[in-house]
Design a protein around this ligand. Structure first.
Ligand code: SAM
Length: 474
């Protein structure tokens, strides 16, 4: 029944195969010989299949778990170096026709204020985001064909790309909206989106149907096969994720990697990113009502095992997580984080009070620091914050990006782009103490660009930015 090349959800995410894998992983969780064999394969840094990775996730031996964490950190550094890409979510509308039990936007919630931004309001939000220093957004919306039809999303993308305020610009718009048709994915592709993100929520069909009792999202196959339609519509970069807490994490982990293997088998390229959201308190949602919540320790292990299994896939952690958790996760494989986020519709606009904005929030944010505080904190922890959006603007999407990553060319491409965009941030938006640390980091990190021509060119671009020019890239 299991067939990674099938286009049918229940064949590429096979419940039977997942259960067989979980049994195998459980039986081998103390099998040192097998775990060592898998770890040795993982050290070649070409990834693992879902079965091997599931054994590592189940592994119960302290020393071996330490090796897993160490290896995840090494793979992270070998492929991504110390750069961390920044983005912010932008909530366009919280109108929704679905009945998702974990999300306060569900249609039966009558006391959450429903809001849909006009293009004028979006403009104000984008200016506020540009003034923070953001260059990359992830737009979010509930599913509502009447209030938020695709045309509204397309108009909003156009508005976002069109706004140039001072030196600001949003150069990459990722999109997190409900599963849709190939035709609509084509339109999103033509609108110049970056990654299409859709969380599976849970891969367990029965739980999925219970958690999504009503609305179009109820259809498991439609949702699970969305990435295939997105790729058929021309979108090369897709972002997977599950909402941890809804189902047993080991089940989700195996299925998530199966999904990644399926995309690779059918489209020749795996997911561009994997997100690891955990369920949070929200308007009428109590996370304790879901009995599969995971501890921080398990959360770290999941991140480390994903990193080892799919070394070429970016990993995202949002402000759902606290500073402490994010700090640890950064060393285990995370390559992108959000910062200064608001999860409410219109939340960035300074003319709206925080209380009013939070009434329409999707979930509580744990990391409430400003973007500048986050940039400073990253640099104090020896990371290079990056506002780079070059790859997709240079056509390096899908397998072309993966190639760069596989050849470990990030140090000659993403690293210089990170320094250039960090320099822009320092010049245009940073507070003085952030600037001071930033200039030292740039000085130091310039020396880590291996290719001499690239290094010199980067240094020249940085000088040009000081003189007022913007938007250089490799
Ligand atoms: N409406 C779109 C859809 O149907 O896929 C996606 C947009 S939704 C704003 C983004 C994601 O937020 C969801 O896919 C879900 O995983 C997550 N989410 C919903 N409720 C949450 C909660 N209470 N805590 C944390 N994350 C939540």
């Amino acid at each position: 029944m299991y067939n990674p090349k099938s286009l049918k959800a229940e064949e590429f995410i096979s419940d039977e195969e997942i259960n067989t894998t979980l049994k195998y992983a459980e039986e081998n969780k103390n099998n040192v010989e097998l775990i060592d064999k898998i770890l040795n394969k993982a050290r070649e840094e070409k990834g693992l299949d879902y079965k091997e990775a599931s054994v590592l996730l189940a592994c119960d031996i302290k020393e071996k778990n330490d090796e897993i964490f160490e290896l995840a950190n090494k793979i992270k550094n070998d492929f991504y170096g110390n750069r961390i890409v920044l983005f912010a979510p932008l909530y366009l509308s919280n109108y929704c026709v679905n009945g998702c039990l974990y999300c306060p936007y569900h249609y039966q919630n009558k006391h959450i204020p429903r809001k849909k931004m006009t293009q004028e309001e979006i403009k104000r939000e984008v200016i506020a985001l540009q003034d923070m220093g953001h260059k990359r957004l992830a737009i979010e919306a509930g599913e509502d064909p009447v209030n938020n039809p695709l045309e509204y999303i397309l108009d909003s993308i156009k508005t976002i790309y069109s706004i140039q305020h001072k030196n600001g610009a949003i150069r990459r718009v990722n999109v997190n909206i409900a599963a849709t048709t190939v035709e609509n994915y084509k339109k999103l592709h033509e609108a110049g989106i970056g990654t299409y993100i859709l969380f599976q929520e849970t891969y367990h069909k029965e739980s999925y149907e219970k958690l999504h009792p009503t609305g179009p999202k109820h259809n498991y196959a439609w949702h699970t096969e969305a990435m295939d339609r997105a790729m058929e519509g021309g979108i090369d970069d897709v972002g997977l994720g599950v909402l941890f807490g809804l189902e047993r994490y080991k089940y989700e982990f195996t299925a998530l990697l199966m999904h990644a293997q399926h995309l690779e088998a059918v489209h020749g390229v795996g997911p561009h990113t994997i997100s690891v959201p955990r369920i949070k308190k929200a308007d009428d949602i109590d996370p304790n009502a879901f009995d599969n919540s995971i501890s921080d320790e398990i959360f770290y292990k999941i991140i480390a095992c994903i990193r080892i299994a799919v070394p070429y896939t970016g990993m995202i952690i949002s402000t759902r997580e606290s500073k402490e958790v994010r700090e640890k996760a950064l060393n285990l494989g995370i390559s992108q984080i959000s910062g200064g986020s608001k999860t409410s519709v219109g939340g960035y606009d300074k003319s709206i009070s925080d209380e009013e904005a939070e009434e329409s929030a999707q979930f509580d944010v744990s990391d409430r620091r400003t973007l500048d505080e986050i940039i400073k904190w990253l640099m104090e922890n020896n990371f290079v914050p990056s506002f780079c959006t070059a790859c997709y603007r240079e056509g390096r999407t899908g397998d072309r990006f993966m190639q760069i990553c596989k050849e470990k060319q990030i140090s000659n491409c993403c690293h210089p782009n990170a320094l250039i965009t960090l320099k822009e941030y320092l010049e245009d938006y940073a507070k003085n103490d952030t600037k001071e640390i930033g200039h030292k980091i740039i000085e130091k990190e310039l020396q880590n660009i291996e290719n001499e021509t690239v290094r010199q060119k980067t240094a020249t671009y940085i000088k040009e930015i000081e003189k007022g020019d913007r938007d250089f890239r490799f």
